[in-house]
Design a protein around this ligand. Structure first.
Ligand code: PLP
Length: 510
């Protein structure tokens, strides 16, 4: 029968010391907070921390398989290289998009075959190319002539994918400024590759991260088709299409609804099977892969921050503003124009996990986790303790506030103006959902501060988001009795476990 150790065993990376609990995010927050006494703890005892719900990553994978069964996801490690997430994805059979030597190493360290890695950086250091060759990582992207010479010199047998430029104007993070060969330069690149006797096998693109126009994908597939024709003209038979990243939780199915028909329209002669395996006997097999990052992890990570200081924010505003701002506001009222009355300082900021405000152009949304040391999040929770606490607390007066990070730099501003209770105390906690993408990976130790650590859960439990029936895979995994691999437990009941394991083994395993 399944013990928690054998289940965890599939998720815990070697040397991973963190326990993985069943239960909801709320339960885990409650547990951690229960262990922290902010009035007595040692230095760092009240550190900000993430709760990572690994079942969310699992659900996103199942969603992917349903909507794009023919497209193999190669998770973009840069987005969140959390070892438990990587381990889970590896066990589910995804490939990995690595951008550097370090990312390649962390994936190989999990025991993943190098054949499941695409080194998706068109401009690589020569030493990294040599290292990729030494580790048999033999699929990479390029978009310029110099890279071709580098590949010829240091990894001549590597399979190459030409990254083309596509329209990224409908994306929050535009990558075309830096990467991607304009279509009219592709024939020249391919001619040079041919001359150098390099093995170009396909085409990739990235429509930009945080893409809000699904049509960008349709347009990009049409451009990729053109590049395939250039490949044929240069004497190549391409069999790989890489449809990049840019997906997120909210728009994934809409993008998939554009991608599927675009692929069918522009690659009608290509036969490809679920999981990307070539169909036996069909000559024009096309393997389609993608490089999703944000999609897999954004919602899986929730961050709790401790309020370490509080100041009157009104000292520097005019008398007039002060009078305007002193009216209590409802949380739903727009407060952008108001001056903050209270400045709250929390123990993670833009030099830490909230670097996503600067680098990833995100805005973050603090919610009150504890008010006067009592847990009040999530509002309306069915959790008895939480609702009891919430109902016995009078509705707090909400005023415009600013939220600052812990460093000594004034750029360390998490929210300029946001409605929050004026009665939050030093020692109370704020919580931020959807903090899994491009957060921890770019956090620094500026000012000698620690990066926020991660506590792991497998979903289940009763409160908040996790009440959703789809969020109970951990519990079900246990209930499955003899199955030691949680990953073939299917909360949606629409994808058979054999299909999942076939996905994992057919196209991606060595
Ligand atoms: N692939 C490449 C080459 C990237 O540069 C990125 C992000 O920068 C990704 C994939 C992941 O993109 P996203 O997180 O938007 O899916």
């Amino acid at each position: 029968s399944v013990s928690s150790i054998s289940v965890e065993g599939h998720i815990k990376p070697k040397g991973g010391s963190q326990p993985v609990y069943y239960g909801s995010i709320e339960q885990q927050l409650r547990t951690v907070l229960g262990d922290v006494n902010v009035d007595e703890c040692d230095a760092n005892g009240e550190n900000a921390f993430f709760v990572a719900d690994l079942s969310e990553v699992y659900r996103q994978h199942v969603r992917w398989l349903r909507a794009l069964p023919r497209v193999i996801p190669f998770y973009a490690v840069k987005c969140n290289p959390d070892p438990y997430v990587l381990r889970l994805l590896a066990a589910m059979g995804t490939g990995f998009d690595c951008a550097s030597n370090g990312e390649i190493q962390s994936v190989l360290d999990l025991g993943v075959s190098p054949s499941r890695i695409i080194y998706a950086n068109p401009c690589k250091a020569a030493s990294f190319v040599r290292n990729a060759a030494a580790h048999n990582v033999s699929l990479t992207t390029f978009d310029n002539l110099d890279e071709l010479h580098k590949m010829k010199r240091f990894h001549p047998s590597c399979k190459l994918v030409v990254r083309i430029l596509t329209d990224d104007s409908k994306s929050v993070c535009q990558l075309g400024l830096k990467f991607g060969a304009p279509l009219d330069t592709v024939p020249r690149l391919l001619a040079k590759a041919r001359e150098l006797e390099l093995d170009v096998v396909g085409v990739s693109f990235h429509v930009g991260s945080g893409c809000y126009d699904p049509n960008s994908f349709g347009d990009a597939v049409a451009r990729a088709r053109k590049a395939f024709e250039y490949g044929r003209d240069a004497g190549y038979t391409f069999d790989l299409l890489d449809v990049g990243g840019g997906y997120d939780h909210d728009n994934f199915e809409t993008i998939a609804d554009v991608l599927r028909p675009a692929i069918d329209e522009h690659f009608p002669d290509a036969d490809y099977a679920p999981g990307g395996a070539l169909v036996e006997g069909k000559p024009h097999g096309l393997r389609i892969i993608a490089e999703p990052g944000r999609y897999y992890v954004q919602r899986a990570f929730t961050l709790a921050c401790n309020i370490i200081a509080k100041r009157d924010g009104r000292t520097e505003v005019s008398e007039e503003e002060l009078n305007e701002g002193s009216e209590a506001t409802d949380a739903s009222e727009p407060v952008q124009e108001l001056s903050p009355q209270i400045m709250y300082y929390q123990n993670d900021g833009v030099y830490g996990a909230f670097n996503n405000i600067m680098f990833d152009h995100q805005s973050v949304h603090p919610q009150v986790l504890t008010l006067n040391r009592r847990i009040v999040w999530p509002a309306g929770s069915s959790d008895k303790e939480t609702s009891k606490a919430a109902s016995s607390t009078p509705a707090p007066r909400v005023v415009p506030c600013s939220v600052w990070g812990p460093t000594c730099d004034s750029i360390d501003l998490v929210r300029k103006v946001v409605p929050l209770p004026e009665s939050l105390e030093v020692g109370d906690w704020l919580v931020y959902e959807d903090m899994g993408a491009y957060t921890i990976c770019a956090a620094s130790n500026f000012n000698g501060l620690r990066r926020s650590e991660v506590k792991y859960i497998l979903g289940g439990g009763s409160a908040g988001r996790s009440q959703d029936a789809n969020r109970t895979f951990g519990k079900r995994a246990l209930a499955q009795g003899s199955t030691p691999v949680i990953l073939i437990t299917d909360p949606f009941r629409s994808i058979s476990s054999s299909q999942l394991s076939a996905m994992a083994s057919s196209s991606l395993s060595p």
